[in-house]
Write a protein that binds this ligand. Structure first.
Ligand SMILES: [Zn+2]
Length: 570
């Protein structure tokens, strides 16, 4: 067995490096399945906040029996979904993997692009693309095609490396409600499935398949989403047992399409315009993901032979619930408790079919989440919403034109956090890019909520103080996609406008509440321990690569989390 030769080699090297660890389990078998779970927007404190009401077999399977890193962070500045997922999958910073934001301004196309849009491929289901009328995810609306692929990811993922290592024999999959959550985890060599709100089913693109596998058609034909028609999202337990039990109706919560601010939240009927959207704003979104994942494990026969397979599953409901109701809400609390049951069901299913002792599990999040400003204000903490649309920009723009003697616009785009300057005009007038960046940055600093405006030229030339914030912005800087100025809002200040829809909270900042995520390893012979030292999300791929004996992904800069290799106490 070729695979069983790799682990000892890796562990010998580790032993030399880490004498403080107990003897590594050299005889430990290779996993049959690597299960990389991403909980969208699960800030590091959220599972433990409700620890006393978690079951033993969900989060606590990892928290109590696994190796838990309690001070884990994303190291990049723009804590958005595709950025975090790509970082978890590749072990690279966005500077290398290139997914610098959910959208960016594409200078060659002259427009804002959505991260995984690709007109070389098409969605396999006609009419299941983004519904411009009903889509509340404003970043999705930037896409000019329904085609999706991983082409924009500039480096390999852990799943890619496993495929390379096994002559393509490892099965590699990514599943999520969100297309970008699935495509990133599947990498270039794997297969991705995501939920189409327009179609009410899981879909993929012609990048991955020419036609759906029979089991996918069968699963979709069962119309699981429709089974929620006419139903409501109800609390799992008695309301008075919740931390936020007496705070259901808060004025800052978004009341979307009749979903309401209080329990029970009605999904409406299956023909409703926002029906599938409302499912994703509740634990139902994760239940759909779980059901599809179970069907995938069975039908694709994951974990059934000695060649390790890789499955990336990203659960999206926590993110949507956080955006609409805030992370300190009765809805968020109940969602975590229901997610705990969803995880327990997934672990039980894997134990039954593959064995948890044959499965290496790692759970993390693509980013954290901020608190709702009004909630913080109630507690005496300053916070607020930034409203770029209401800024009076004309005086600043006029001043810039005057300063540089130009009569054309110097700014071509603002896709937060990046401001993109007009390089053609700068060239035409023979201006110094760096001077223009600094002048624009200076003008931007006068607007409410902006803490810093960092010039990309200054970053490139290392002309900035070596602060953690500048380091995070540098790790986010990819020369072909990043803008010319990086805007940082004050802590607890953010944009709430989702293309007309006012949401309660929006992540994306480099502040701690947005970078802080859980990292927990479990399954196999992973020891039970809590590790206090600072670690980063880029370390996950490096650790998985070492565990599997494959080379690290091409842009990976993470360090191996040695504790994961320590021997389990018998
Ligand atoms: Zn996210």
């Amino acid at each position: 067995m070729a695979f069983q030769n790799h682990k000892p080699i890796v562990l010998c090297a580790l032993t030399a490096l880490s004498l403080s660890l107990t003897a590594p389990a050299i005889a430990a078998p290779m996993p049959r399945l690597v299960l990389q779970i991403t909980i969208d927007a699960l800030r590091g404190d959220l599972p433990t906040r409700y620890y006393d009401r978690l079951g033993e077999d969900g989060f606590r399977y990892l928290l109590d029996k696994g190796t838990v890193f309690v001070d884990a962070h994303h190291a990049h500045a723009n804590t958005e979904t595709v950025v975090g997922h790509a970082t978890l999958a590749t072990g690279a910073h966005p500077a290398a993997h290139g997914m610098v934001g959910n959208v960016w301004y594409d200078r060659t196309k002259g427009r804002t692009v959505y991260n995984i849009e690709d007109d070389s491929y098409k969605l396999l289901t006609v009419g299941a693309g983004v519904d411009q009328d009903a889509e509340i995810d404003s970043t999705q609306k930037a896409a000019k095609t329904d085609g999706r692929s991983p082409s924009a990811i500039m480096v390999t993922t852990l799943g890619d490396e496993l495929a390379i290592h096994t002559a393509g024999n490892a099965k590699v999959f990514g599943v999520s409600i969100k297309d970008r959550g699935a495509v990133t985890m599947a990498g270039h060599a794997g297969k991705a499935f995501w939920f189409s709100k327009a179609g009410g089913e899981f879909v993929t693109s012609s990048y991955y398949y020419n036609s759906y596998p029979a089991w996918v058609n069968k699963w979709n034909n069962e119309k699981m989403a429709d089974s929620y028609s006419g139903k409501t999202w109800n609390l799992l337990h008695n309301q008075d047992t919740y931390l936020f039990g007496d705070a259901d109706d808060r004025p800052w919560e978004t009341d979307l399409a009749g979903f309401g601010r209080t329990f029970p939240h009605p999904f409406g009927t299956a023909d409703g315009k926002y029906f599938t959207t409302l499912l994703t704003l509740s634990p139902a979104g994760d239940e759909l993901t779980l059901a599809f994942t179970k069907a995938l494990i069975t039908n694709e026969k994951l974990g059934t032979d000695d060649i390790p397979d890789y499955l990336g599953v990203s659960f999206s409901s926590t993110d949507y619930v956080g955006h609409i109701f805030g992370p300190s809400s009765l809805e968020s609390e109940d969602n975590i408790l229901q997610l705990d049951r969803t995880l327990a069901e997934l672990f039980a299913f894997i134990d039954e079919n593959i064995g948890l002792s044959n499965t290496l599990i790692v759970l993390s999040a693509d980013h954290g989440t901020p608190e709702v400003p009004d909630y913080l204000n109630e507690l005496g903490i300053q916070a607020g919403y930034v409203e770029p649309k209401s800024w009076n920009k004309q005086p600043a723009l006029a001043a810039l034109k005057k300063q540089f003697g130009v009569d054309k616009e110097l700014i071509v785009g603002y896709d937060h956090p990046y401001v993109y300057l007009n390089h053609e005009v700068i060239k035409e007038y023979n201006l110094d890019l760096r001077q223009v960046e600094q002048a624009v940055a200076q003008e931007l600093l006068q607007f409410e909520g902006i803490a810093q405006a960092i010039s990309s030229s200054a970053l490139r030339e290392s002309n900035l103080p070596d602060t953690p914030l500048n380091q995070a912005i540098l790790k986010n800087f990819n020369p072909s996609r990043s803008g010319d100025i990086y805007l940082v809002f004050e802590p607890h200040w953010f944009i709430r406008d989702f293309d007309g829809l006012e949401v309660a909270a929006t992540h994306g900042s480099p502040w701690r509440y947005d970078t802080f995520v859980p990292i927990a390893f479990g399954g196999m012979e992973i020891p039970a321990q809590h590790i206090m030292r600072r670690v980063h999300t880029v370390d996950i791929a490096a650790t998985l690569a070492a565990y599997l004996g494959v080379k690290p992904p091409s842009g990976s800069t993470g360090m191996i989390l040695e504790e994961v290799f320590a021997e389990k106490e018998k």
